[in-house]
Design a protein. Sequence first.
Length: 368
Amino acid sequence: MNTLTLSLSNIDHNYNCIREQINATTQIIGVVKANAYGSSSIHFASRLVELGVDYLAVAYTEEGQQLRSQGVKIPIMVFYPQLDALDTLLDACLEPCLYNETILEGFKKILLEKKISHYPVHIKYNTGLNRLGFTPDQSDWVLEQMKNNCFQLESVYSHLAASEAKRPSALCKSQIELFEILKIKHSSVSNQPPKFHLLNSSGVFNYPEHQYDMVRCGIALHGFANHPDWDAHLKPICVLESSITQIHQVKKGNFVGYDHGWQAPQNTQIATLPLGHADGIGRHFGNGAGIVSIGSKKAPIVGNVCMDMIMVDVTNIECKEGDEVVFFGSDFSAETSAAAANTISYELITGISQRIKREILGERPINT
């Protein structure tokens, strides 16, 4: 059976590592979007709550609504709220990140209609990533809108486009300078200025002097920070395991997989595993790009990845049908596996499908 095992103790380690990188007063926003980066959002979020995380954050309203339905009570930010889900967001007591006039005006209209005051919101500025957010030129309009007592401005933030890039980075420098201007502007017009945050996981390690009041951590809690030196402080929390379904012999010159994807250069022993692109192992892992670990030895994927199966070359590996296979784990990380296939750990781990069983190590009754 294919299994993704989640280590709660490694979450503890990574959380404490991040905590050591920042000031005692700096708050941590635990990012649990995309089913907690492909793991298990309720178990991951609940562990963070136990550890004392200050906020949780999700991408979309439905993710936050699910956490609420499972008993999570602490504040939850919604990074990318959509117009058609604003009523649901409000019903679930989620906190929207307002990133353009359409969303701000739409949420304001709902609050005024329901006669709700001082509802917590967050403002997102685009300082250079050019994805979402108000432009700095719109800050006067934003400040004017925040005077309406239907809003309680909790935080103002932006997102570095290349926080992992080697310093000095001209782009990051420009973004930080813009954000400083916005911080001064927002702080000067309020007796109770909002909190400010700019750093994601890589930023915590690369720009600790710009941690402001809060930091947003997602991938680092999973054991990756986009640089070997930073990764060395962290522990991967998930292990993806499978097993050998069948071993067979392929004669020199014969082909393996769809479309004659791979031709045996010699008599070869092939093992078939019950993992495929329906499980999140994309076709880019095929034809030697991807590697699995069998008894601590590496076996390359041969042929094209199928929907439900992959084939690996085990010619020089002593193994049998039923033996355990590790696709990624503590010794052979998702970062290593992803890099071999010219992708990133984010894409690999968030793509692991729900038909793969999740097991939780160190599970306790969920107390949120």
